[in-house]
Design a protein around this ligand. Structure first.
Ligand SMILES: *Cc1c(COP(=O)(O)O)cnc(C)c1O
Length: 872
C-alpha cells in the first residue's frame, strides 16, 4: 500500500528551527551543498531514505525528533545561520545589479520542461535540464527572471526493462502537495486561476504552482483542477504525451495561459512586468499571440501590424534542434479550430495561420510550424552553439530569401551548465575551484596547484562511487526483470575501480546513435576484455515512448550487455535522470558522444563531464566543434558528405575503436616503460609513467580541461551572453516601440507596410566605377556610383551597400567586405545616385556588387524584413 505523503512545513516546525521550511522549499538546496549537509546532519539515515528530498525528509521526521532538534542549541544555531545565509543570497545585490538601467527589469523565460532536481521530475532531457540551469544561473547572477512552464502530473515516464530488454514505461502520479511547490492564491485565499476558452463552449482552467529556484520564481500551470471536465483535466497529464490535439492544447496553455499567469503574478506580488519574453524552443511560441491579443484589446488598441511590431521587439526565440522531428508541426486546420473558439478574440485567425505557414520552397502549406512562428514572432533569435547557429541559418534561410545564409538573422549563444549543480564536491574541494559563496566564475586555474597524485586519487574515488551506484542499480534492474537474488551474485563485482571507464548517457533518438559502439561487436568485446588495457562502459538513456527504433536500439545494447562474457565490463542502467547523472559524469574517465553531425545542436552532458575532469571523446558536433582544442579530449573524425548512412557508421565506429585502442587506453594506463617491459617480457600489468604510478599525460589533459573548459562551459558565461547580446537589446527595442503610447510601433508598422507594398518598384538601374589603375593593384581605391530607382520610397528608407572582395570561380564573393553607399544625387522621379568607395586590399580575382535593403532604426538586422534587391 502506497501512502501519499502530505506535508505543510509551517504547521509542523517548532519555532527555533523554523528556517528549515524555507531551506526546504527554496530549491537552492539542489545546488547548495551546505544546505544539503545540514539536512543530512539532522538525521543521516532518514536523509538517505528520503532520497535527499528535503520536503520528504522533513515530512518523515517524527514530532519528538523535531522537538529534540529544536532543543539542541547547536542545531538551532546552524539552522539559523543557514536561514540567514539563504536570506542574504535572496536579497543581496549580485552581478546583474551592477549593470545599470539598460538591462531589463524583468525577463520571462518560457519552457515546456524544467529539469531542476530529480525531486521535481518535470523534464525529459537536455532541453529541460538546460532550462533548469538557466534559472539557477540567473539566480546566482541576480538576473530578474521568471520561469513559466507546465506542471505535469506524471512528469516524464519512469523507465524499466523487461526480461527481454524492452523498455517499460510507467507514469507514477505526483502529488503537488508533496513537491517543493506552493499554490498561488488570490488575496481572498482561493487559488488563482487562468482560464482559456476551448471549442464547443468548453473551458480550460489552470492553477498556478510556484517553485522558488533561488531568487527566481518558476510558475507552473496545472490543468488538473476540479472545475475542468476530464479532457481538460488531462491536458497537463504528462510531458509530451499524446500527439495532435493533446500536445497542441499543452502548448496553448503554456504560451497563452503562461502570459495570463504572469499578469496574475504581477498583480499579486507587485513585481515589474517582464520587459523581455524568451521562448526556449518553439513549444511556447503562442505567448506571442497572447501578447498581441493584449495589445489589440487595450483601451487604445493597436492594429494587428502594430501589435506584431510591438510584440516582436521584446521577444527572443531560441531554436534547439536541426532535427525535423524535433520541431512541432500541427495541421493548420487544427490551429484554426482552436483559435476559432475565441482564444484570441481580437486577433484575426488568418493572421495567426500566416505566422506558422511554411511559405518557402519545400514547405507544406497545410502545416503550421511552431519554429517558423517562433522566428516570425521574435525580433531576435539564436541557436545554441556556433555550428548550430550556422546550421539554423541555412535551415531557415527560406524565410529570408535573397540573403546569404550567413546573413540570416539567427545568432548563437552556446549553452552552458550550472557548475554548482554539476560539479562534484570532491572536485570543488580538491582545487578550491569555487571560491566559497562567490557567485561568478570559479578560479579554475587553481587546479594547477593540485598534485597529480591528488587528482588521480580523486578520480579513483569518483570512479569507485559510480561503480557502487552501478552495482546497486543493476541489481534493482535485474530484480525488475525477474531475476532472483541468488542469480545476481555476479552484480557485486561488476566493473573495476582501476579500469578506464567510459560513459554514454542521453536520450535515445536515432541521430544520437546509442548503438554505434556495437557496430563491430567482436572488436568492442576485445576492447572490453583486453588483458592489459581493458575499458569498461556505462550506458543509460530513455527512448521516447512512441519511438520503436529507439527502443530497439536499447534492446540491442542491453542484449549485448547481458552476455556473461562481457557483463562485468559493460552495463546499461535504466531510468537515466538527474540523480544518476550526478554520479555518472564525475565517475567516468571518458565521456563519449557520437551523434550524426550536425544534428546535435549543442549537447551539454559532455560539459558536465568536463567540469568534473572527465575527458571528452566526441564527434565534432555541437559545443565540441567549437571547444575541442586538441588537448582537452579527442575528436572522432566524421565520414565525408558522400558516404551512405552505412558507410558513415562503419567509418566513424572504426575511428572510435581506433582512438580507444591506440590513444586513449595507452594514455590512461601510462606509456609502457620499455626497459621494464623487456625484463618482464610483457607479462606486467599497467605501468604508469608518473613517479608514483599516475599517468602524467592523462592528468595534464584533466588539468587543461578543467582550466580551459570550466569557465567556457559555465551557465554563468551563457547567461552573461544572453543578457548582453539578446536581453538588453530586446529590452531597448521593447522600450523604443512602447514609448509615447507606442509611437514607434505605429510608425514602424505603417512604414513596413509602405515598404513592402512598394518594394517591387526598387531597381538598381546601372553601376559605374572609377579609380582603378589600368592594371588594378593593391592600394587602388574603387569609386562606385549606383543609379537606383526607388519608386515612391525615399533614400532614407533604404540601405545601399557595396559588397566587395575576393571572388571564386563562379563569381561568388568570398570574405566579403561591406561599405555603405551614400545618397549623392537626386535626379527626380524616384531616381538617385548613391556613391561610395572601397580600397583594394589584396591581389587576385576581385569583384563587387551593390544591393538595396530597407532601413529603419526599429529594425534589428538588415535582413529582418526579408527584402533585398541585388544588382544584376
Ligand atoms: C545533461 C543531461 C541531459 C542532456 O544531455 P545531452 O548531452 O545534451 O544529450 C539529459 N538528461 C540528463 C539527466 C542530463 O543530466
Amino acid at each position: 500500500m502506497k501512502a501519499i505523503r502530505r506535508f505543510t512545513v509551517r504547521t509542523v516546525l517548532p519555532e527555533p528551527i523554523k528556517a528549515l521550511a524555507s531551506l526546504a522549499t527554496n530549491l537552492r538546496w539542489s545546488w547548495h551543498q551546505p544546505t544539503r549537509d545540514l539536512f543530512e546532519s539532522l538525521d543521516p539515515d532518514l536523509w538517505a531514505e528520503s532520497r535527499h528530498d528535503p520536503i520528504g525528509f522533513l515530512g518523515s521526521v517524527t514530532r519528538e525528533k523535531l522537538v529534540a532538534l529544536a532543543a539542541d542549541p547547536d542545531v538551532v544555531e546552524r539552522v539559523a545561520e543557514a536561514g540567514e545565509d539563504l536570506r542574504c543570497y535572496l536579497e543581496e545585490p549580485r552581478w546583474y545589479q551592477t549593470l545599470g538601467s539598460e538591462v531589463p527589469r524583468c525577463v520571462a523565460y518560457f519552457s515546456p520542461e524544467f529539469g531542476i532536481t530529480e525531486v521535481l521530475p518535470q523534464y525529459s532531457g537536455g532541453l529541460g535540464i538546460l532550462a533548469g540551469d538557466h534559472l539557477k544561473a540567473a539566480s546566482d547572477l541576480g538576473v530578474p527572471l521568471i520561469g513559466v512552464g507546465l506542471l505535469y502530473q506524471s512528469g516524464y515516464f519512469k523507465q524499466a526493462l523487461s526480461r527481454d530488454a524492452w523498455q517499460q514505461e510507467t507514469y507514477p502520479v505526483l502529488d503537488p502537495d508533496a513537491l517543493p511547490l506552493t499554490l498561488v492564491k488570490e488575496e481572498d485565499g482561493t487559488p488563482a486561476v487562468v482560464t482559456l476558452p476551448l471549442p464547443n463552449g468548453r473551458k480550460l482552467h489552470a492553477y498556478l504552482w510556484r517553485a522558488d529556484v533561488g531568487r527566481v520564481p518558476l510558475l507552473l500551470l496545472d490543468s488538473n483542477v476540479p472545475t475542468n471536465d476530464d479532457g481538460a483535466r488531462a491536458i497537463t497529464d504528462r510531458l509530451y504525451g499524446g500527439g495532435g490535439d493533446h500536445r497542441l492544447q499543452q502548448e496553448l496553455l503554456l504560451g497563452m495561459g503562461g502570459v495570463k499567469a504572469l499578469r496574475i503574478f504581477e498583480r499579486l506580488t507587485g513585481r515589474p512586468a517582464p520587459e523581455v519574453f524568451h521562448t526556449n524552443e518553439g513549444h511556447a511560441g503562442f505567448l506571442g499571440i497572447e501578447r498581441i491579443q493584449e495589445l489589440m484589446s487595450a483601451e487604445d488598441p493597436l492594429s494587428w501590424d502594430e501589435a506584431l511590431v510591438a510584440g516582436r521587439a521584446s521577444t527572443v526565440f531560441t531554436t534547439h534542434t536541426p532535427v525535423a522531428a524535433g520541431i512541432d508541426r500541427f495541421d493548420a486546420a487544427q490551429i484554426k479550430y482552436f483559435f476559432d473558439a475565441g482564444l484570441a478574440p481580437d486577433v484575426p485567425t488568418g493572421k495567426i495561420l500566416e505566422l506558422g505557414r511554411e511559405s518557402y520552397d519545400g514547405g507544406d502549406p497545410s502545416v503550421f510550424n511552431m519554429a517558423v512562428m517562433g522566428l516570425r514572432l521574435a525580433q531576435r533569435a539564436n541557436g545554441v552553439a556556433k555550428l548550430h547557429g550556422e546550421v539554423s541559418r541555412a535551415m531557415f534561410s527560406g524565410l529570408w530569401p535573397g540573403f546569404d545564409h550567413s546573413e540570416v538573422p539567427i545568432t548563437s549563444v552556446t549553452n552552458g551548465v550550472h557548475v554548482p549543480t554539476w560539479i562534484d564536491p570532491s572536485v570543488t574541494t580538491m582545487a578550491e575551484l569555487m571560491e566559497p559563496g562567490a557567485a561568478v566564475a570559479g578560479r579554475w586555474d587553481l587546479v594547477f596547484n593540485v598534485s597529480d597524485e591528488e587528482i588521480w586519487a580523486v578520480r579513483r574515488k569518483l570512479r569507485g562511487r559510480l561503480i557502487e551506484d552501478v552495482r546497486r542499480r543493476l541489481r534493482g534492474s535485474w530484480k525488475k526483470r525477474g531475476a532472483a537474488d541468488a542469480e545476481l551474485r555476479w552484480t557485486d563485482t561488476v566493473l573495476d575501480p582501476d579500469v578506464l571507464t567510459i560513459g554514454f548517457a542521453r536520450r535515445v533518438p536515432t541521430y544520437k546513435r546509442l548503438t554505434l559502439m556495437l557496430r563491430d561487436p567482436a572488436r568492442l568485446k576485445r576492447l572490453l576484455l583486453d588483458p592489459e588495457r581493458p575499458v569498461q562502459i556505462v550506458v543509460a538513456g530513455k527512448s521516447h515512448p512512441a519511438d520503436e527504433a529507439g527502443k530497439r536500439m536499447i534492446q540491442d545494447l542491453v542484449r549485448f550487455t547481458d552476455d556473461p562474457e562481457v557483463r562485468h565490463r559493460i552495463a546499461f542502467l535504466p531510468n537515466y535522470d538527474i540523480a544518476m547523472a550526478r554520479t555518472l559524469f564525475p565517475g567516468c574517465d571518458v565521456w563519449l558522444n557520437n551523434p550524426l553531425r550536425p544534428l546535435e545542436a549543442c549537447g551539454t552532458s559532455g560539459m558536465k563531464a568536463a567540469i568534473n575532469g572527465s575527458l571528452n571523446l566526441s564527434v565534432l558536433d555541437g559545443w565540441w566543434d567549437e571547444m575541442y582544442d586538441g588537448q582537452n579530449g579527442w575528436a572522432i573524425p566524421t565520414a565525408g558528405d558522400k558516404a551512405s548512412a552505412q558507410e558513415r557508421d562503419d567509418v566513424e565506429a572504426a575511428a572510435l575503436y581506433d582512438l580507444l585502442e591506440n590513444q586513449i587506453a595507452p594514455r590512461f594506463y601510462g606509456v609502457p616503460n620499455r626497459a621494464a617491459g623487456a625484463d618482464s617480457a610483457g607479462a606486467a600489468g599497467p605501468s604508469l609513467d608518473g613517479p608514483h604510478g599516475v599517468p602524467k599525460s592523462w592528468i595534464s589533459m584533466i588539468k587543461h580541461t578543467l582550466s580551459h573548459l570550466g569557465p567556457a562551459v559555465s551557465a554563468d558565461r551563457m547567461l552573461g551572453d544572453y543578457v548582453r547580446e539578446l536581453y538588453t537589446p530586446a529590452a531597448a527595442s521593447g522600450r523604443a516601440v512602447r514609448a509615447d503610447d507606442f509611437r514607434q510601433a505605429r510608425e514602424l508598422a505603417a512604414w513596413t507596410k509602405h515598404v513592402r507594398t512598394n518594394w517591387s518598384q526598387v531597381h538598381v538601374e546601372h553601376i559605374d566605377s572609377s579609380g582603378l589603375s589600368e592594371v588594378p593593384q593593391i592600394g587602388d581605391t574603387l569609386h562606385v556610383n549606383a543609379y537606383l530607382n526607388l519608386g515612391v520610397l525615399n533614400p532614407t528608407d533604404v540601405l545601399v551597400e557595396l559588397g566587395y572582395g575576393r571572388v571564386d570561380e563562379s563569381d561568388e564573393l568570398t570574405h566579403t567586405r561591406i561599405e555603405e553607399l551614400e545618397a549623392a544625387q537626386n535626379f527626380g522621379n524616384g531616381r538617385y545616385m548613391f556613391s561610395g568607395k572601397a580600397m583594394i586590399e589584396h591581389s587576385g580575382p576581385f569583384g563587387y556588387t551593390v544591393r538595396v535593403m530597407p532601413k529603419h532604426e526599429g529594425l534589428a538586422s538588415k535582413a529582418e524584413l526579408g527584402l533585398v534587391v541585388n544588382a544584376g
